[in-house]
Design a protein around this ligand. Structure first.
Ligand SMILES: NC(=O)CC[C@H](N)C(=O)O
Length: 308
């Protein structure tokens, strides 16, 4: 099936609605000035055929989508017991930045795709690589997956470091429960930088290609990024936890493993077929791109692709 007309059709249908509803994330000052009008889409098939539409090639702040890359990095370097001992694999049913559950559950985050869980993953990466080394390893992984250099937006990272009070609270809270091994400042520096990765939909669809290829590298198929089983598990976590307390709604409406970020990006994986990335900055109440969800819904209804 030629998917270029599908992407073009979605952009044509949605462009008039871009910026009409939802709210661009403004709790991170550097994100508040992004135009709500942007709309981009890109996909890459398992065989490596790529298509894009609208502003598919325009880089933006990937925010929580980075949680997939840091989990991948952690899975590559830690054994399962080490990794999952202090991070769960259950949907949270609460907001991405909620503190409530953490207290009840002894500082153990529900899953690696909410902020607390990603901060715990960042802590494990600091243990493996050190603070500067963790940031360098993340850039190296993502650049390698993209086949071109990817960088942090230092202005966004600094903006988050200056205003990320809830994330600081969360990290200190977990540290108080003995669940964080390294200095809070070092862990948060890694976390704020990972959120500030700047990538386009084209790059995201390419980089996350291993998730639709049973873990095989998107550009060098004979190499595994993660094992087949690990790729399956990342997809399972994306389906159940990738969009916070809207994961049920996403599974119902879209039916694909997805990961969103407050920069307005969402990536979706159709195992054995393709990865798809959308970008539209205005968010709904749960912090997921409003028009991005509509674009994904249109994509699955126009193509019939679903994991169900
Ligand atoms: N959902 C998100 O994209 C959240 C990431 C954001 N940097 C935060 O920590 O609040």
């Amino acid at each position: 099936m030629d998917l270029q007309p599908v992407l073009d059709g979605i952009v044509a249908a949605l462009a008039p609605l871009a910026g009409a509803e939802g709210k661009v994330a403004d709790y991170i000052p550097a994100l508040a000035c992004i135009s709500p009008q942007h709309l981009g889409l890109a996909l890459r098939t398992c065989e490596g055929a790529a298509s894009q539409a609208g502003e598919g090639a325009q880089p933006f702040s990937v925010q929580s989508i980075s949680k997939v890359f840091t989990l991948t990095l952690a899975m590559r370097h830690l054994d399962e017991r080490e990794l999952w001992q202090r991070i769960g694999v259950e949907p949270s049913g609460t907001a991405f930045n909620s503190l409530v559950q953490l207290e009840f559950e002894g500082g153990k985050p529900r899953n690696p795709f909410i902020n607390a869980g990603a901060i715990a993953v960042a802590d494990r990466l600091v243990s493996v690589y050190g603070q500067a080394g963790a940031k360098a390893a993340l850039l190296a992984l993502v650049s390698d997956l993209c086949g071109e250099p990817v960088v942090f937006d230092e202005a966004v990272a600094a903006s988050e470091a200056a205003t990320g009070f809830r994330n600081m609270a969360m990290c200190n809270f977990m540290k108080g429960f003995g669940q964080i091994d390294n200095a809070v400042e070092a862990v948060l520096d890694v976390y704020f930088h990972q959120c500030a990765l700047r990538m386009s939909c084209v790059q995201l669809a390419r980089a996350l290609g291993y998730l639709c290829r049973d873990g095989a590298h998107p550009l060098r198929g004979s190499e595994q990024v993660v094992s087949e089983r690990q790729a399956r598990r990342i997809n399972a976590l994306m389906l159940t936890c990738g969009t916070y307390d809207a994961a049920g709604e996403f599974a119902y409406r879209i039916g694909l493993p997805c990961k969103s970020g407050v920069g307005g990006g969402i990536v979706a994986v159709m195992p054995d077929r393709l990865t798809l990335a959308v970008w539209s900055p205005p968010l709904d109440e749960a912090g997921n791109s409003l028009l991005g969800q509509v674009a994904l819904e249109q994509f699955v209804s126009r193509t019939g692709l679903s994991v169900f």
